[in-house]
Write a protein that binds this ligand. Structure first.
Ligand SMILES: Nc1ncnc2c1ncn2[C@@H]1O[C@H](COP(=O)(O)OP(=O)(O)OP(=O)(O)O)[C@@H](O)[C@H]1O
Length: 328
């Protein structure tokens, strides 16, 4: 792991068991309390290998605390966790070299250049080859768009430049798993776009990317899977497509026979609203084609029918409550 702020793994406090090999990260009943507060509350995360996995939730919902526990920067209060199939923190020694991380801005030396900081950090990694160091450092700087500023001292870097340097640090050697806590924090719109593009490109070689954000738009654009946190609890997880499919759906029906149509829909067990057209909430038991067939069989003339789905934004706002940031 290459996060500048990473300390020695915490003492084992999470009991071991078998982790699933197909998952890059797995937790079962993971909890972390601070006094009376349950910052992370009984979380069962399942992060498929090779995914770009968005860890989404409002500020203070427990994302960073979860990440800190997964990386051995804090100990869990209860529950189990596996990273790349290995129980952590017990097996951190084996897992550590296979994980890159960007958490809370790595600690850089302010009076060294960006390039020299990366060289020092790489030299501190016993698994990194000194022979290829120069090329790897230059490549990482290039990938995050910092080549032009690589000779500048870090104290003259903006927050966004420091964030990019932190990302470059996580990219110094190929990793099976990258954990990025709010990687676009402090970046301008152009930098944000570049980081999104970079994150998506990282999975080309099979790397799993676990990326936290409080912005839905960001996760939507970068990720194929998502987990949603709210007040310490995991309130949803799955592929983006699955989450979209889980949202509420409404049938909108245009007909010259609203009375008969309402009677038929009610008989099918659907609640009906009138809004010019007829609106009926669909559920798993009522497929659109069956409802339309029933209407036609009852002699209802159908002029138009459409299904309106909840947007991901509607869905996430419903899951996390008010005040959720949806725009970038
Ligand atoms: N060391 C700590 N001591 C006490 N409370 C803490 C500590 N770290 C986090 N918390 C609390 O735990 C809750 C979850 O915080 P956390 O930083 O994990 O959330 P987050 O989702 O990452 O939010 P943000 O996006 O703002 O970082 C918050 O209420 C926070 O105040």
């Amino acid at each position: 792991m290459t996060a500048g702020s990473v300390a020695a793994p915490a003492a084992p406090s999470v009991p071991d068991g078998a982790g699933e090999e197909s998952l890059a990260i797995e937790t079962r009943g993971l909890s972390k309390t601070f006094g009376a507060q349950r910052a992370v509350d009984d979380v069962d995360l399942r992060v498929p290998r090779g995914s770009v996995f968005g860890f989404l939730g409002p500020n203070g919902s427990g994302k960073t605390t979860t990440i800190r526990v997964l990386l051995g920067l804090a100990s869990a209060s209860s529950g189990q966790a596996w990273v790349l199939g290995q129980p952590v923190p017990r097996s951190w020694a084996q897992v550590l070299p296979r994980v890159g991380a960007l958490v809370e801005g790595p600690g850089f030396y302010p009076f060294l250049s960006g390039r020299d900081n990366l060289r020092r950090l790489d030299a501190a990694d016993p698994t990194a080859s000194p022979r290829t160091r120069r090329a790897r450092v230059d490549d990482a700087l290039d990938r995050v768009g910092l080549t032009h500023a690589s000779s500048k001292k870090v104290h003259a870097y903006s927050l966004g430049m420091k964030q990019r340097l932190g990302l470059a640090n996580a990219l110094l050697t190929p990793r099976e798993l990258l954990v990025l806590d709010e990687p676009t924090n402090g970046l301008d719109p152009q930098g944000t776009r570049e980081v999104r593009h970079l994150v998506r490109s990282l999975t080309a070689d099979g790397t799993t990317v676990f990326v936290s954000s409080h912005l839905l738009s960001e996760i939507e654009q970068m990720c194929d899977h998502v987990a949603v946190m709210s007040v310490g609890r995991l309130v949803a997880q799955g592929s983006m497509a699955e989450l979209q499919a889980q949202g509420a759906r409404r049938l909108r029906l245009r007909t010259p026979d609203p009375t008969e149509a309402t009677a038929t829909l009610t008989r099918l067990g659907l609640s009906v609203d009138r809004e010019g057209d007829l609106l009926a909430d669909l559920d798993d038991e009522h497929r659109v084609e069956d409802v339309v067939a029933a209407l036609v069989a009852a002699g209802v003339r159908v002029r138009g029918v459409s299904v309106e789905g909840e947007t991901l934004e509607d869905r996430f706002v419903a899951l996390t409550g008010e005040g959720f940031d949806v725009a970038g």
